[in-house]
Write a protein that binds this ligand. Structure first.
Ligand SMILES: [Zn+2]
Length: 316
């Protein structure tokens, strides 16, 4: 077992140091006057790509307040009004109803990431089905196959696909800076490819390949790196697991020899904590990156996720 701790410790220290800062991660106020484009991003991974590709040429505004879980987020009327002045709005339809409504109502130009879900979601659903053949209760707890899993950004290669969309969108709106968007996009894609390689290598040889999670956000990640997720609350983190599902998860944990239940920072971990106590296992944080803390970014959080997976699954 090769456990790398410094990254986790570094992250914890970072959030302590920054705990007193404002939670506003929007960069719209940073040199907005010099930016060529004004862009809205509906939640963190889309914002991350917009900022990485846009650099100083784009002022990015987060449409949902920092720290708010985007599945059920609301938007302030002021933010909705401001969308009319944005050059484009980056969003994922069927994920945050408030943003879908705001895009409709304002008629703002928008780029919908949903085609990535359309392209890869069926394959992800099949992978989920294959890994849940024996689950009696899973279908009652959020495996609603009428809705494709939205969480594509947890596979770095799919976020790289999305980066290409953003390069094309910015270049069309602002052809003078197209070369810069292309260059920064390529740098981002190279970072995401390197992250993908770390996951492939880091999860190649593990004692177990089953992950027990509170929020079923890891379907695409599981498809890419051959992991099977068992979720308590389904695709929507707010959904309460049924007592039958909790008993089933308990049995699955015992059968699999799992040592860890993964919870997430932004959502109450109470059910997972008590289940872990009951089953005699520990909890660890796996972050679905739907929001971000000050001082963190996609690559840093995904790198911590990888270390938590390697520890929890006893990877060599
Ligand atoms: Zn989610």
């Amino acid at each position: 077992m090769n456990v790398t701790r410094p990254l986790i410790v570094g992250g914890a220290v970072g959030s302590l140091l920054l705990a007193g800062c404002s939670a506003d991660t929007s960069s719209a106020d940073a040199d907005a006057s010099e930016a060529s484009l004004s862009v809205g991003a509906s939640f963190y991974p889309l914002q991350y790509v917009a900022e990485a590709v846009g650099g100083d040429d784009v002022a990015v505004t987060s449409l949902i307040a920092a720290g708010v879980e985007p599945h059920d987020a609301e938007m302030s009327p002021a933010t909705v009004r401001s969308m009319q002045d944005m050059d484009t709005v980056l969003f994922l339809s069927d994920f945050s109803a408030a943003v879908d409504d705001a895009v409709d109502t304002t008629g703002a130009r928008s780029l919908d990431a949903h085609h990535i879900v359309d392209e890869h979601g069926e394959e992800e659903a099949e992978h989920e089905d294959e890994t849940h053949e024996d689950d009696e209760y899973a279908s009652e707890d959020g495996h609603d196959h009428g809705t494709l899993d939205p969480h594509f950004w947890l596979d770095p290669t799919l976020l790289a696909e999305y980066a290409e969309d953003v390069v094309a969108e910015f270049s069309e709106l602002d052809p003078d800076n197209a070369a810069s968007y292309e260059e920064r996009g390529n740098a981002l894609i190279a970072d995401l490819d390197a992250l993908d390689q770390s996951f492939t290598d880091g999860l190649a040889t593990c004692e177990r390949r089953e992950i027990f999670v509170s929020h079923e956000a890891y379907g695409y990640l599981g498809l890419r790196y051959d992991l099977a997720q068992e979720g308590m609350s389904g695709l929507d983190p707010e959904a309460e697991p049924s007592p039958a599902r909790i008993r089933e998860i308990r049995d699955l944990i015992e059968d699999s020899g799992a040592t860890t239940i993964y919870t997430e920072s932004k959502v109450s971990a109470a059910v997972a904590e008590s289940l872990a106590d009951d089953a005699g296992v520990t909890t660890a944080v796996l972050d679905p990156l739907e929001t971000i803390a000050d001082g963190d970014d996609y690559i840093a959080v995904m790198t911590r996720n990888l270390e938590e997976l390697r520890t929890g699954l006893d990877c060599s």
